[in-house]
Design a protein around this ligand. Sequence first.
Ligand SMILES: CC(C)(COP(=O)(O)OP(=O)(O)OC[C@H]1O[C@@H](n2cnc3c(N)ncnc32)[C@H](O)[C@@H]1OP(=O)(O)O)[C@@H](O)C(=O)NCCC(=O)NCCS
Length: 250
Amino acid sequence: MFGLNTLAKVAGELRRDIAAVHDRDPAARGAGSLEIIATWPGVHALLSHRVAHALDEVGIPIVPRVIANLSRTITGIEIHPSATIGAGFFIDHGMGVVIGETAEIGNDVTLYQGVTLGGTGFATGKRHPTVEDNVTIGSGANLLGPIVIGHGAKIGANSVVIHDVPPNSTVVGNPGHPVRVEGRRPEGPDADWIHLPDPIADAIKGLAGRLEALEKAVADLGAAAGVETNAPLGQVRPLRAVRGPNPAGG
Ligand SMILES: CC(C)(COP(=O)(O)OP(=O)(O)OC[C@H]1O[C@@H](n2cnc3c(N)ncnc32)[C@H](O)[C@@H]1OP(=O)(O)O)[C@@H](O)C(=O)NCCC(=O)NCCS
């Protein structure tokens, strides 16, 4: 039942959440705990969620949703009362964060503004991500479906992640793909997500090369016959020069 034990639990979690702000927000240097409680929207949203979740867990109807909705109105951070969130959670800035009903978040996780831990459709049951301990999720990242984000992973800003993420890896891009696993670039034939082959561009490049050769041959024939042509030769501009080392290591 909701009582002193629940309040003590929420107070303990709040203490650790405020310590997380001190640890992980460079802007909190010199700010006291009271200042953080009064002015950090991520802390407001989290505190509201802790209360809403505790009420939701003991089966109190409507009130948890009302608290979540009020918190969303004030902070711009939407957390479903049923989402489970571990200790030391920190949402920096916060506006636009959405955390769905069946999301599970471990300890010491950091989220920036605009992160979505969402579902992928109208399915019921477990449909939101599970985020393990010590994960950092950059601003604007969308993590969709009942995927698992392994402990210690970093998700780059604006990534779209729809597959499980290995522990201690860095995942970036859309679709999100690992660019570091345990501090090393992933290797192997399927690991180079940045320099993917483009068969259509290759075919166009081949045709353009043949066209250029033909134009040159025609121009040479014309010149031999005393006919001048000023038509420019066909050219293909490379789409994008490949820069940096190949992450596939090959
Ligand atoms: C992903 C992130 C955590 C960096 O993690 P990291 O493990 O230190 O990774 P690195 O910086 O070594 O980058 C690894 C590779 O991913 C690329 N990368 C990093 N962040 C990226 C992003 N958001 N989108 C696309 N590529 C990204 C890097 O260019 C690098 O590419 P390379 O393999 O060709 O060298 C960081 O870039 C990020 O996005 N942080 C979020 C910060 C944020 O949201 N701030 C908001 C403050 S208000």
